[in-house]
Write a protein that binds this ligand. Sequence first.
Ligand SMILES: [Zn+2]
Length: 412
Amino acid sequence: MAGTIQNDKALEILQEEAKRDNLEIIFEEFNFPGWFRGNDSLALISPYYKALRFVALGYNPKSEKITAPLIFANYGYEEDYENLDAKDKIVLVLQERPKNREELLRYEAIEIAHQKGAKAILFVNDKKGGLVLAGVGNFQGYPNPIPAFSITYEDGQMLKRLLKNGITPTVVLRSNSQCKESTARNAILTIKGKSKKKIVVGGHFDSWDIGQGAVDNGVGIAVLYEVARNLSRFNDFYYTIEIVWFNAEELGLWGSKRYVEKHKNEVVLMLNLDMPGEPTGVNIMGFVELDSITREFIYSLDGFDLKDSVKSQPWTNSDHMYFMFEGIPVITTLGWMDESMYRHYHDFGDTFDKVSKKLISNSAAFVSLLVYRLATTEIKFPRLGKDEVIEVLRKNGLDRRLKKQKEWKFDN
Ligand SMILES: [Zn+2]
């Protein structure tokens, strides 16, 4: 995780490895609201003892030992508390989001539980099989008002059954994590072109600590490294290519945010690699001016099964987001991943054994060719104006969620 000794050490290994390949990686340090996992605990103590499988959400504060009766508040919406007294209780809510209802983000459910007087909140995972779902409790990096944990589907069902049978479970928990202003580093490798204007190819270096971050985003940074090795062999680029290992993405896109603040005027295009799969095409993310160049590129490749060709499906909450907000054209690859790979997203099971070498290899070849095509000649990559960015976000229903998570940086 960003801000830890392990993260720093991993960056140094990357730099040394690159040196052996005659590649020079430099670091750019930035400040961000850090969060450090402590030795947290969570157990059912009545009507019987059972340790619960859980993961603390990012930005949980340190707490005293909390022993309290448990109540079930359905999805955790305001109205779910109508006939409940949550004061001094621990609240159990479902992670699952009902269809046809306004989306409730986890941070909103935490805020509501806090306002109702609850001491802590447990989110029941909707994926079966002993899985948890790590993530931040809010997007701004302030301490969560109460400790929030993700627990497994199975433990959640057990607790719900007890309540249904008229038994009030008593739960004991302690949050030992802490929020602390911290620093982390982005890693940057530059391949010079004729122009100083840059095409940024990036992916997030940090991950969640419970697994090994192999799929999210080990795969992405392995592809990134291979792209760096491939493209460094050429010196006929028009655009400068900057390969960036962004840090602190999982805690709120801090590395890419700081990079954009500093370098936005130098960047003409950004390609994001967050869990890239077996390549099936290119996503131009609402930047429709990129349609013809990417389509022409796809048609020129015979060796790949690019059945998705070119699509325009903008999404947010990864490292391309702040580039997108500036109107800088962003693209990602479209790809396919085996269920066994994405099943353990943000869980203990995101480990090295899930990774397919073939996927990394194919994705790296595809991305290398794509970036080579985009960087060798002087292609115009027109930026979108503010109104056009708003239009793209609105048309794809992204504005509501961005407003909820307080990331809507546009006045209207
Ligand atoms: Zn990721």
